[in-house]
Design a protein around this ligand. Structure first.
Ligand code: ZN
Length: 252
């Protein structure tokens, strides 16, 4: 699986964490967790193990993929400064496709664990779709926004605030990278809710077929053609439906 090199948008990535002797490790069936002694992550490690192992089974079952034969390695950093020093970036969480690793800022205030990043790694056998679809699948596996609010609440608010361009915009990979970080929770919620809509209304098989047919290097037009072929609906028509759609088994 890791024989292929993935292009990731992490220009400052570095590997100081590999030689930092402060890390201690804890192993579970599918994970290796690395954290600092006395840190918030160490305090929560039983909860973290349980949360990730539960999510893992859910993701594998949904994707219908064979569990990989190596563990996912987690690195937990107690401060933004230490995270930047050891891996080059202070953002909450990143998964590194080629290395099967996930880097997390874990403090008493921010605890970004759960199935999101693991979905990015475990869905690699499905290929790398454009960002909006990839983030949508990961958010769908979480089932709600990171503050616990149902995605569709943010989506309704996002449309009211006119934060969103037409959905077809996102069928070009780079459009996801260009979204405003200030409104991140609205864009992740839109991605998650749209994937949920496609899965609930058209079925997982069609969603899987579409996801596997998309490639982040394809043009928007090519993705839109695939969308019409597989869902037998234009994206404009799907968007109108989506806005009107109230998930029958939402998690409110
Ligand atoms: Zn993500």
């Amino acid at each position: 699986m890791a024989t292929m090199a993935y292009d990731q948008h992490l220009p400052n990535y570095r590997h100081n964490f590999e030689t930092d002797t402060r890390f201690v490790s804890e192993y579970s069936e599918h994970y290796e967790f690395n954290f600092f002694p006395g840190s918030e992550a160490e305090k929560d490690i039983r909860h973290i193990v349980q949360t990730q192992e539960n999510g893992y089974m859910k993701i594998i079952a949904f994707l219908g993929v064979t569990p990989p034969n190596k563990r996912i390695e987690y690195f937990f950093y107690p401060t933004e400064a230490i995270k930047t020093e050891l891996m080059g970036d202070d953002w909450y969480a990143q998964s590194i496709y080629d290395e099967f690793r996930i880097h997390v800022l874990y403090t008493d205030k921010t605890k970004p664990i759960g199935p999101h990043e693991d979905t990015h790694l475990l869905s690699l056998p499905w290929g790398l779709a454009f960002g909006f679809l990839q983030e949508g699948l990961a958010e769908h596996m979480v089932g709600r926004a990171w503050d616990g609010t149902p995605h569709r609440i943010y989506v309704a608010e996002g449309y009211n605030k006119r934060l969103y361009p037409p959905l077809e915009t996102f069928f070009r990979h780079e459009a996801w990278l260009e979204t405003d970080d200030w409104y991140a929770i609205y864009f992740y919620s839109l991605a998650g809710a749209f994937s949920a809509y496609l899965i609930d209304v058209f079925g997982k098989e069609k969603y899987e077929r579409f996801y596997k047919a998309c490639r982040r290097e394809y043009t928007k037009e090519r993705h839109l053609n695939l969308f019409v072929q597989i869902f037998e609906k234009t994206i404009a028509a799907a968007e109108t439906d989506f806005i009107a759609y109230n998930p029958p088994h939402g998690d409110a």
